[in-house]
Design a protein around this ligand. Structure first.
Ligand SMILES: Nc1ncnc2c1ncn2[C@@H]1O[C@H](COP(=O)(O)OP(=O)(O)OP(=O)(O)O)[C@@H](O)[C@H]1O
Ligand SMILES: [Mg+2]
Length: 331
C-alpha cells in the first residue's frame, strides 16, 4: 500500500478549544532514515508527534505506525516506538545508570536484561564515565543524551524526537546528531521536529514543512531548495560603484538588492529561472563596474523555510530563526 512506510498520516485533524492544531495533516515517513518536520511555532509539530505516539487522540483522520492504527491498536504502536526530546522524564535523584535500569523494568525487561542493556547503552553513547553520578549533576547535553538513550532501551522501530537539540551548545548537538546517525544505521527510523534548519539539512533525508496544522511542502532538502531561487552576491572594488551595480542587479534579478555599504556588498534574490554567473559579470562589465567578487548561491534551507512560511495569514512574521530562540535561552 505505502511500500515500506513506517508512519502514514492521512487527513488528521485535532482541535484544542478554538485552536485547530492539526488541520488535514498528511505525512508518509519511509523506513530507515531521518525524517525532519519543520515549522514555525504553533504550526502543529508537537501535536502531530503526540498523535503518532498515541498520547493524543485525533478528532479525524487516520494514522498508522508500522501498520498499526494509533487509535485502534495503541498498545501495538507503543511497543514499536520510542519518544525523546521535550518530554524528559529522568529522575534527578538517581544516577544515570539507575534511571536506565528503571526504564528497562518499566518495559518489563527481566532484571538482568535491563541491567545489561543499560550498561551497553551507557558505553555505546559515551556516558559510561558519568553513569554512576546523580542526574542532578549532569549538564543539559548529558541529560538530553540520557533521555534519548532511555528511549532506546527496547530498540524502537520508530523513534520520535521533538526538538531533541533545542537549547544545546554546538558540541552537544553534534553528539546527539551522531547518536541519531548511529541509530539509523542500526535500522531505526527517526522522525524529528526541529527549529534548526541546518539540523534538518544535516540529518534528514526527507523533510516536511508544516504550517497552520498541515504539511505545505515535503521532499529531500535538495528538492525543497530547487523550489525557490537562490541569491546573487556581488562585492564591488569601489564603493562608488555600489549604486550602478545595484541598478544592474535589480534589473537582471528583477528584485531589489540588499546593500551593505561597509562591506561593499550587494545581494539580491534570484528566481528559479536562473541567472548565470557569466551573464551577471557581463552586465556589470557593460555598466563599467569592477567587481571584486561575484557569486550565485543556492538557497539555504532557512531561505526555503522563510519563503514557504514567511507570509502568515494573521499578518505576523514567521517564526524567529533558531538563533534567536537560543539567544533568549529557551530550554
Ligand atoms: N493541550 C493543548 N491545549 C490547547 N491548545 C493546544 C494544546 N496543545 C497545543 N495547542 C495549540 O495548538 C497549536 C499547535 O501547537 P503545537 O505545540 O503542536 O505546535 P508546535 O509546532 O509544536 O510549536 P513549537 O514550535 O512552538 O513547539 C498551538 O496554537 C498550541 O497553542
Ligand atoms: Mg512543539
Amino acid at each position: 500500500m505505502h511500500g515500506d512506510a513506517v508512519v502514514v498520516a492521512e487527513g488528521v485533524r485535532k482541535r484544542f478549544g478554538k485552536t485547530q492544531a492539526l488541520d488535514g495533516f498528511d505525512l508518509t515517513v519511509p523506513a530507515g532514515a531521518v525524517y525532519g518536520v519543520l515549522g514555525p511555532n504553533g504550526a502543529g509539530k508537537t501535536t502531530a508527534v503526540r498523535v503518532f505516539a498515541t498520547l493524543v487522540r485525533p478528532d479525524e483522520g487516520r494514522v498508522t505506525v508500522a501498520g498499526h492504527d494509533v487509535v485502534r491498536d495503541p498498545a501495538e504502536v507503543r511497543r514499536r516506538i520510542g519518544l525523546a526530546g521535550q518530554f524528559a522524564a529522568l529522575d534527578e535523584a538517581l544516577t544515570g545508570r539507575e534511571n536506565l535500569r528503571i526504564f528497562g523494568r518499566l518495559f518489563h525487561l527481566r532484571r538482568a536484561v535491563a541491567h545489561k542493556r543499560a550498561d551497553e547503552l551507557l558505553e555505546r553513547f559515551d556516558l559510561a564515565s558519568a553513569a554512576d553520578r546523580l542526574v542532578s549533576t549532569y549538564s543539559g547535553g548529558m541529560r538530553r543524551r540520557l533521555d534519548l538513550i532511555s528511549s532506546l532501551i527496547v530498540s524502537p522501530l520508530v523513534l520520535f524526537m521533538d526538538e531533541p537539540t533545542t537549547g544545546l551548545d554546538p558540541r552537544s548537538r553534534n553528539e546527539i546528531w551522531n547518536t541519531i546517525r548511529e541509530l539509523v544505521s542500526d535500522g531505526t527510523t527517526v522522525l524529528l521536529t526541529t527549529q534548526y534548519l541546518d539540523e534538518a539539512d544535516q540529518l534528514a533525508g526527507q523533510i516536511a514543512v508544516v504550517d497552520h496544522g498541515k504539511v505545505i511542502a515535503s521532499g529531500t532538502p535538495d528538492t525543497l531548495k530547487a523550489m525557490i531561487g537562490g541569491r546573487i552576491d556581488v562585492v564591488v572594488q569601489d564603493s562608488g560603484d555600489l549604486e550602478r551595480a545595484g541598478r544592474v542587479l535589480s534589473e537582471a534579478a528583477r528584485s531589489t538588492p540588499d546593500v551593505d555599504v561597509e562591506q561593499r556588498r550587494l545581494s539580491a534574490p534570484i528566481g528559479v529561472d536562473t541567472l548565470t554567473l557569466p551573464a551577471v559579470v557581463r552586465l556589470l562589465d557593460a555598466a563599467g563596474v569592477d567587481p571584486e567578487d561575484v557569486a550565485v548561491r543556492r538557497p539555504t534551507l532557512d531561505e526555503v523555510f522563510l519563503a514557504l512560511t514567511g507570509k502568515r495569514d494573521d499578518g505576523e512574521p514567521a517564526a524567529e530563526p533558531s538563533v534567536e530562540k537560543t539567544k533568549e535561552g529557551v530550554s
